[in-house]
Design a protein around this ligand. Structure first.
Ligand SMILES: Nc1ncnc2c1ncn2[C@@H]1O[C@H](COP(=O)(O)OP(=O)(O)OP(=O)(O)O)[C@@H](O)[C@H]1O
Length: 265
């Protein structure tokens, strides 16, 4: 369980201060797929980075399974972070390492035996549908395949939580859908809690159970996705829902996606 309480973030600089987050409160239950949606500058990246303390909140608490992260020593925090994987819009793969070596990297860092690494990476390659790409380098892969490698690497050490920072934003609609299907499969098969940020309501609709709508650093609405979509309470949510008509899958029939399976693309 992830719990954020009274969390605020103020960026201070010579150029001026920015109140990026204001009094954020929410709970993500174990096994949930929780989406945070908002327009550019709403504070989404700051918020998701506060969950693993890549960004330290100015005020407030971040608890994971009732452990308050802001009070931990750096060694304790490193241990907690082993349970949190993260994926990014730009994949962050190591270009000098092939697919196998990229996925193996976090396992090498924790000192796993070579034979165990081989077995674990093989398993992860199957999970993300890239068994035949082990020796390819990132430059030889499509965006969707790169994101699959990044997902496999993020799952390598068996985390309980996966944070997704706009992981599908750089992808075309069909590839994006296949990555979202993969995240859903991972959530269901491995019971991993997923927190994702996005600027697209369509992404929220496709995979999330619950959503928080973030505007100018504040949560203006939160709840079950079905409820927020069917009965939005805040004008900003309506605005985001309204903008869906101009977004990605407008021209693709919905039943098309039911045939898109992990590994097909
Ligand atoms: N390191 C920083 N120093 C100062 N201000 C920052 C810093 N990082 C972010 N900000 C400011 O905080 C606010 C929230 O930024 P953030 O990147 O969290 O928003 P976002 O919703 O993720 O935006 P986008 O979708 O465009 O990435 C913005 O006004 C941004 O300019």
């Amino acid at each position: 369980m992830i719990q954020l309480s009274n969390l605020s973030k103020l960026y201070e600089s010579k150029e001026g201060n920015v109140q990026a987050l204001k009094d954020i409160n929410f709970t993500v239950e174990k096994g949930d797929i929780f989406g945070i949606v908002g327009l550019s500058g709403a504070g989404k990246s700051t918020l998701i980075r506060c969950i693993n303390l890549l960004e330290r909140p100015t005020v407030g608490e971040v608890s994971i399974d009732h452990i308050e992260l802001t009070k931990l020593t750096s060694t304790q925090l490193r241990n907690v972070r082993k349970n949190i994987g993260m994926i990014f819009q730009n994949y962050h793969l190591l270009s000098s390492r092939n697919v196998f070596q990229n996925i193996a990297y976090p396992l090498e860092l924790i000192g796993m035996k070579k034979s165990d690494i081989k077995e674990r990476v093989g398993h992860l390659l199957c999970l993300v549908g890239l068994e035949d790409k082990a020796k390819h380098y990132p430059s030889q892969l499509s965006g969707g395949q790169r994101q699959r490698v990044a997902i496999a690497r993020a799952l390598a050490t068996n985390p309980k939580i996966l944070l997704s920072d706009e992981a599908t934003s750089a992808l075309d609609p069909i590839t994006s859908r296949s990555i979202l299907n993969l995240l859903q499969e991972i959530n269901e098969k491995l019971n991993i809690t997923i927190v994702l940020i996005t600027h697209e309501m369509e992404v929220i609709k496709q995979v999330c159970h619950r959503v928080a709508v973030l505007k100018d650093g504040e949560i203006v609405e939160t709840g079950l996705v079905t409820k927020v979509f069917n009965d939005p309470r805040h004008p900003y949510t309506n605005l985001l829902l309204g903008s869906r008509s101009s977004q990605r899958d407008q021209s693709i029939p919905l039943d098309f996606f039911s045939n898109v399976k992990v590994g097909n693309l």
